[in-house]
Design a binder for this molecule. Structure first.
Ligand SMILES: C[C@](O)(CO)[C@H](O)COP(=O)(O)OP(=O)(O)OC[C@H]1O[C@@H](n2ccc(N)nc2=O)[C@H](O)[C@@H]1O
Ligand SMILES: Nc1ncnc2c1ncn2[C@@H]1O[C@H](COP(=O)(O)OP(=O)(O)OP(=O)(O)O)[C@@H](O)[C@H]1O
Length: 316
């Protein structure tokens, strides 16, 4: 079969609420996640030698069995019981690494979708979703994309209609030297807030309902103003990382900004804007202080889909 190319978009968290700690050690969450059009690209080619090979244009990224792309390919191949299948994968990395933007999870989801097509498996959405959930909490969202309520440890999805969303674009910033480990952020959350965690399923469900019926979901549907964005991990990470405090302050000063928050476990920060032109104008207005503090900045549209096969030859 000819090469298969897959687009792997990043996500931001419009809401991240930590409800409690589960018996499996993961946190029970209530989130709203949103795809953005900052994306990696994977190009996959079949090989005859039963090896899974990855190369990428990012020198910091491992290409061995610790990379989520290789882990996804190995899991898929073993689950379908076809050890003779081989693939060469080339990754064009654009999503910053360890940034709270689910770059690795989106790459893993893209590998699942790409290999399903390349190897002619036709696994279907439910099986791909199961494989994604086994690889990481954010990965099922990365498969589906768009705007979704995400519950459980992040893998239980409910689509949100965001046709009327006031924020159609983001100004996204990241400090190259800041890094936050996801397990560390959850561990810190447990240390600081663990005594207030909920533990009854009916309490979790009450919080899910509050989010489904709350002002954020209404605003996304074009029915009301955008509320303050909540990220419980931001509340524990912000006091520890100076560049996060400085970056949030800066984004709030951008002209036309609707709301500002940290994405996931950070350290990426974003400002929601009505459209790309307003986000670009804010980037231009903040160019000097952003550069002085050493931030890298991107302007992105809030996108409508998760990983997707590229069929028009437009990527990478
Ligand atoms: C911070 C977020 O990006 C928000 O979308 C996600 O919750 C993290 O998702 P992810 O990177 O796919 O996370 P995983 O690879 O499944 O888990 C990494 C680690 O994060 C912690 N973790 C993750 C998800 C969750 N619901 N509870 C947790 O406590 C656990 O320590 C886990 O060992
Ligand atoms: N294909 C990949 N791209 C990026 N990171 C990867 C990949 N595979 C494995 N990793 C590892 O995963 C870790 C987290 O990287 P990633 O860029 O996914 O972080 P993140 O955006 O914070 O994720 P999340 O938002 O899901 O918590 C890094 O330590 C990185 O080495």
């Amino acid at each position: 079969m000819a090469d298969v190319t897959v687009r792997a978009p990043a996500k931001i968290n419009l809401h991240l609420e930590v409800l409690g700690l589960r018996p499996d050690g993961y946190h029970e969450l209530a989130m709203v996640m949103q795809s953005i059009d900052l994306a990696d690209t994977l190009v996959l080619r079949s090989t005859a030698d039963a090896t899974i090979r990855l190369r990428s244009d990012s020198p910091e990224l491992p290409s061995d069995g610790t990379n989520l792309i290789v882990r996804a390919a190995e899991l898929l191949r073993s689950r379908v019981g076809l050890p003779e299948l081989g693939v060469d994968i080339t990754l064009h990395k654009r999503i910053p690494i360890g940034a709270g933007l689910a770059g690795g999870s989106s790459d893993g989801a893209a590998a699942l979708v790409g290999l399903d097509a390349l190897w002619g498996l036709s696994l279907g959405t439910a099986r791909l979703h199961g494989l994604a959930a086994a690889l990481g909490s954010d990965m099922p969202f990365c498969l589906e994309g768009g705007t979704q309520l995400c519950f459980g440890r992040g893998e239980r999805l409910e689509p949100v209609t965001a046709a009327g969303a006031p924020g159609q674009a983001v100004l996204l910033i990241k400090h190259p030297e800041a890094s936050v480990s996801t397990p560390w952020a959850y561990g810190r959350c447990r240390d600081l807030r663990g005594d207030f965690y909920l533990d009854a399923e009916e309490d979790f469900e009450q919080r899910r309902q509050a989010l489904r019926r709350g002002p954020l979901v209404a605003a996304l549907a074009g029915q009301g103003p955008l509320p303050h964005l909540r990220n419980d991990l931001q509340a524990v990470v912000e006091p520890e990382v100076e560049s996060i405090r400085a970056g949030l302050d800066l984004l709030r000063r951008g002209p036309g900004v609707l709301a500002v928050a940290m994405s996931g476990s950070g350290p990426s920060l974003f400002a929601l804007h009505p459209d790309l032109a307003t986000a670009e104008a804010a980037r231009a207005a903040l160019a000097e202080p952003l550069a002085a503090l050493g931030f890298v900045a991107w302007c992105c549209r809030c996108g409508g889909s998760g990983v997707s096969l590229v069929t028009d030859g437009s990527a990478p």
